[in-house]
Design a protein around this ligand. Structure first.
Ligand code: DC
Length: 223
């Protein structure tokens, strides 16, 4: 038996941070499904394939091994036996991952892998299509959203902290563009599952979102 909490929503909604914190507080294993797409993307880059080489990329899926391990309270991803937890966060991967994640063969394989990762465990899993596609029968489904302006403000703040200069209007336009693409995509469009609880984090602090989600989970557990 396993207990599954699915957290979906757009980039910048705070999903990653909140999922980690709720997982720690409730003793659930946190599975970052975006990282699985990042591992495939890294493998594509290492092979030197271009995004147009869809057949080669599909074939590559049978040659690589991706493992998820929990070490000293940290979630690690291994690609072909190498710890790539840091390498999958580079700009190079960032730039290509969305396109790789839109290849149907890649999605099919990663969906299988994500289901296997959760087998027999109590997990909190974040992504774009967890409640709609990966675990349509998840015990708890949350759709975490925030207004585009607030997500842009958070992104600008993050960039400033990293010493990267950027323009609010440009970031906002980019977020709106990505939202449009994500929601109208032919492959796994971003949408709220009918039975998901909608949480808008625009006016809430991280701690307030964490509290709200824990409340929703505890309420479901009692049902
Ligand atoms: O959340 P992230 O930035 O690590 O996600 C990386 C990419 O993978 C992003 O382009 C969205 C995509 N993704 C997806 O299509 N489905 C998921 N379940 C998780 C991520």
């Amino acid at each position: 038996m396993s207990f599954i909490v699915a957290i979906d929503g757009p980039a910048g909604s705070g999903k990653g941070t909140v999922t980690k914190l709720v997982g720690k507080r409730l003793g659930l294993i946190n599975i970052d499904t975006g990282a699985t797409y990042r591992c495939v993307t890294l493998a594509v880059i290492q092979k030197g394939y271009s995004i147009e080489e869809k057949e080669k990329i599909a074939q590559l899926l049978d040659e690589i091994s991706i493992e998820f391990k929990r070490e000293n309270d940290e979630e690690k991803f291994y690609l072909n036996g190498e710890d790539v937890s840091k390498k999958i966060r580079t700009l190079e991967v960032n730039k290509l991952v969305s396109q790789v994640s839109h290849i149907p063969e890649v999605r099919a394989k990663m969906t299988d892998f994500q289901r296997k990762m959760a087998e027999g465990k109590n997990v909190i899993m974040e992504g774009r299509d967890i409640g709609t596609n990966v675990f349509p029968n998840a015990d708890v489904k949350i759709y975490l959203d925030a207004k585009p302006e607030e997500r842009a403000r958070r992104r600008v703040k993050q960039n400033e902290e990293k010493g990267i200069e950027c323009n609010f209007e440009e970031v906002l336009e980019n977020i709106k563009f990505r939202d449009y693409n994500d929601k109208t995509s032919d492959v796994a469009p971003l949408k709220q599952a009918e039975d998901a609880v909608y949480v808008d984090s625009s006016e809430l602090s991280i701690e307030e979102v964490v509290e709200k989600i824990i409340e929703i989970i505890n309420k479901k557990k009692k049902e």
